[in-house]
Design a protein. Structure first.
Length: 192
């Protein structure tokens, strides 16, 4: 029964709140465009601090033809694709100008245009991203109410190893009506 002896409601179990991490709006990663907006230090993105212009760094491979990432880039873990075909720096980075990207069809893109680079290979995902059904947007759908910002691909995906790690799923929604208590009578079945 939902009420006590005198008709007052029985105390119900508290519905736990959703873990705040499911409501977090901060991106997992910062894109180059984010750093530019924040006026952050971009010296890590100046490849020519270490590399010579007009002399692209040579790529080295092991006996299994797996790219050997230089010690200077030890923070990069290559894992783009399932067959090791995309683990080549110059699939994305422009060999002739390390301060830009190069799409499959040869277009040169700035670092802040990384989502267009992703779209040059991942067309269906890019079209979904442009339409707002892949990825995440923060702000207002109704632009008259305020601004919105579509996150870049690299805000969620590490470009060198883009598979997103699995995480605990969000809890199911709570029912609008509280479940009947165990001692409540079962509803009567209709008979014909």
């Amino acid at each position: 029964m939902l009420t006590g002896t005198w008709g007052e409601p029985k105390p119900q179990a508290r519905i736990p709140l959703v873990d705040p991490s499911f409501l977090e709006q901060t991106a997992w990663r910062k894109s180059y465009a984010d750093l530019v907006r924040e006026k952050a230090d971009l010296s890590d993105y100046d490849c020519y601090t270490c590399h010579e212009q007009k002399n692209p760094p040579p790529l080295r491979y092991n006996a299994e033809h797996v790219l050997l990432v230089p010690d200077e880039h030890s923070d990069i873990k290559m894992g783009h694709g399932t067959h090791n075909r995309n683990n080549l720096c110059y699939n994305c980075h422009n060999e002739g100008n390390l301060l830009t990207f190069s799409t499959r069809d040869g277009n040169e893109l700035k670092f802040a245009e990384s989502s267009r680079l992703c779209g040059s290979c991942h067309g269906p995902n890019f079209r979904d991203w442009e339409a707002g059904v892949h990825g995440r947007m923060n702000g207002y759908w109704d632009h008259q109410l305020g601004d919105f910002r579509r996150l870049d691909c690299v805000n969620c995906h590490n470009p060198h190893s883009p598979r997103i790690p699995t995480r605990k799923p969000a809890p199911p929604p709570h029912p609008l009506r509280l479940p009947l208590s165990p001692e409540a009578p079962a509803p009567l079945a209709l008979s014909h």
